[in-house]
Design a binder for this molecule. Sequence first.
Ligand code: UT7
Length: 325
Amino acid sequence: MRRNSRIVGTGSYLPPRRVTNVELAAELAALGVQTSDEWIVERTGIQARHFAAADVCSSDLALHAARQALQAADLAATDIDLIIVATSTPDMVFPSTACILQNKLGAHGCPAFDVQAVCSGFIYALSVADAMIKAGAASKALVVGAEVFSRLLDFKDRSTCVLFGDGAGAVVLQASKAPGILASDLHADGKHVGLLCVPGHVSGGEVLGRPLLTMDGQAVFKLAVGVLDAAARAVLERAGKLAADIDWLIPHQANRRIMQSTARKLKLPMDKVIVTVDQHGNTSAASIPLALDAGVRSGRVKTGELLLLEGVGGGFTWGAVLLNL
Ligand code: UT7
């Protein structure tokens, strides 16, 4: 019988400092940068985001989310035989945030590595864990998206600094007889590297280049709307399902208008879309597992339902995963 993989627990964590648009606008005004709650809500749907304290790293956020997911799965950290962390804001240049998380969890020996696909990172990580489980290389995987994107923001650039927040989400993916992950679809097109990037690197003890987020928002918006629809249709076709079969669309949380457009193309009403961008902002690789966990913990997303997860981001990267919870 074909080996499958199923999500058996979810968890998430947001750092305690919540910053509303009004508070952020006041802080930015002090820097001479003009924005408003009205503009941010109208153009993005974002009302607030969470920012981590200066001494808190991605692995700290990941640890909280991972512990919650393990608890939901009724597993101990030592039961886990694979750890993948999706992040673009690692604690260090190396070793991986996954290794740092493994040590904090006290689970030693299993393979642990990071996946770097920016806002598509969780979709990439989940697909890799699924493939490893199906190949028999792991049976209980911890898959985490964790970010401190606030560290990368240029607070003089109003077109980007109002969009992002910090947080982490996690799932435990376990080998199963019953189907869980039905299909995944991953893509990248490196010709768009410059559209969304942090063009800095470490060399000879110095940071070279500009280690702050830069984005051509309109170009990203247009590309995102097209590729997300294609990825959604690819996983539906691969799994022999129709858009009408989807119980929940759980997209990357970048902009409410992108989510509305994706839902409209699939003819899904917005009440079948989990939206957390209003309270979380864009948390990059953490946004999908954060939204999934919010859906599960609120009782809306239930075991057995058909979920379409999809992400898009820097690289340019994009992808989708269709699964039965
Ligand atoms: O997570 C990875 C994927 N990322 C995304 O999916 C982001 C995709 N892009 C977007 O979400 C949108 O393009 C943005 C939210 C980034 C921008 O929205 P937009 O509707 O595309 O606005 P725009 O860039 O066309 O700017 C419109 C106006 C400009 O003013 P002028 O030139 O018309 O006078 C901007 O200067 O809005 C101005 N503006 C702002 N005004 C107040 C830009 N940012 C702000 C701001 N507050 N924070």
